[in-house]
Design a protein around this ligand. Structure first.
Ligand code: NIG
Ligand code: FE
Length: 409
């Protein structure tokens, strides 16, 4: 227990997000938490603390709150250029779809990203990653999707891996080659999907560059039939499955993704009950992206109450990207999940801890404070965990801890 450990936090309140604790936030007050070899070794009330390893470093949390390290389970943070001009056009009345159809939108980021090297992408993306880390993010998912060719998609994934090697943060990668149709395949989407399934997915899997495969199932992107081929290929190569679905219209993409055992279906503004039932059945996480909802001035809220009724786990993520969600703040995403989607602060925080981990296929490894889990944690100067979703623009972080080591940013 506490007799053999490397580091112990004492006098801590814990928001464990361990459902087994049976209290809101999985809260345990006045606790000690011991870490050994990067994992949580034991958690015990202060008043039952027995013999303590004399070699262990003891850190007095002085009544601060430890939470699991925050998980941002959906980002496109590797890209070049920006879309401020498109923001102006939208304010003048153009819609996201109109801009995409006229060759702007995602495709304009594709041009800038194709012209960048791996090192350029790392340099441009690192400040965005650091902004997330500063707010307590210890695990982040990063997608490709602005390369749209074999070399450029792999280049983006390499940049994501380099970011993970150079920074104290866990990076999960998703190959989103089926994000938009590259201009050279205009009028020939099926041929592009052939390239994705026969060349890009195998190469990314072969080089260990992708943990999962993602798609954009939408009228301005790819049809359900095309997405299904991508899912089949992902399955063949043993990669996880995730999907952008039901963002702008109902294409029944969530049910399709769930049918293929997707870890996560994301956006979901237009999700219907059949899609929810399929997700509940498959254990697919609903990843909510209030930043995109806000920035596109959407009005259709995802069916939160039905997701609750069907016990679909909900994750909350930033969707950090240059077009629909230039939001490098998980704390603001938590707040928006509450104000815009009416999640409770506890649901929002579970969305960026336990359920975010599940959306990355990492439940059981990260996202909860429980013996045996990775000791990825944040120590906050707060009086109650709800403050993390309530307030934004101030950062009450005291320590950011990855695998038991303190790495403040
Ligand atoms: O998650 N929905 C599609 N993809 C991104 C937007 C990407 C972009 O506009 O550059 C999203 O919102
Ligand atoms: Fe996205």
């Amino acid at each position: 227990m506490f007799d053999r450990c490397d580091r112990i936090w004492i006098n801590a309140n814990l928001a464990t997000f361990d459902a087994g604790v049976g209290r809101a936030y999985g809260a345990l007050t006045r606790q000690a938490l011991a870490v050994r070899d990067g994992r949580i070794r034991a958690i015990a009330p202060m008043d039952s603390l027995g013999e303590v390893d004399p070699a262990a470093e003891v850190i007095d949390a002085k009544g601060g709150w430890l939470t699991p390290g925050l998980v941002d389970a959906h980002t496109h943070l590797v890209f070049a250029g920006n879309r401020a001009r498109e923001f102006e056009l939208r304010l003048e009345g153009a819609s996201y779809e109109e801009i995409a159809r006229s060759g702007g939108g995602i495709i304009s980021t594709v041009s800038a990203t194709r012209n960048a090297s791996v090192e350029d992408l790392v340099r441009l993306s690192e400040p965005r990653l650091k902004a997330l880390m500063k707010e307590g993010v210890t695990s982040v998912e990063i997608k490709s999707g602005y390369g749209l060719s074999l070399d450029d998609e792999l280049k983006m994934l390499r940049a994501a891996r380099v970011l993970g090697e150079r920074n104290p943060v866990r990076v999960s990668t998703s190959l989103l080659a089926a994000h938009a149709l590259p201009p050279e395949f205009e009028g020939n989407a099926d041929a592009y999907i052939d390239l994705v399934c026969n060349k890009i997915i195998p190469a990314a899997a072969d080089e260990g560059l992708a943990d999962a495969v993602d798609v954009f199932c939408e009228t301005i992107a790819f049809s359900p039939a095309q997405c299904e081929r991508v899912f089949q290929s992902a399955q063949e190569y043993g990669l996880g499955i995730r999907a952008h679905v039901e963002q702008l219209s109902n294409q029944h993409g969530a049910a399709l993704a769930a049918h293929y055992g997707a870890w996560s279906a994301d956006h979901l503004e237009w999700l219907d009950e059949a899609g929810i039932e399929a997700m509940a059945e498959a254990g697919t996480v609903a990843t909510l992206l209030p930043g995109a909802f806000y920035f596109l001035r959407d009005t259709k809220v995802p069916p939160i109450e039905l997701l609750r009724q069907h016990r679909v786990p909900m994750a909350v993520a930033t969707d950090l990207n240059p077009g629909s969600s230039p939001l490098a703040s998980i704390r603001l995403a938590l707040n928006m999940a509450c104000t815009l989607f009416r999640l409770t602060p506890e649901e929002a925080l579970a969305g960026a801890t336990r359920n975010g981990a599940r959306a990355l296929g990492l439940d059981g490894t990260i996202g909860q404070l429980r013996a045996g889990m990775q000791a990825d944690m944040v120590l906050w100067d707060i009086e109650h965990p709800a403050e993390l979703a309530y307030q934004f623009g101030v950062n009450p972080i005291r320590q950011r801890i990855l695998a038991g080591e303190i790495h403040n940013v």
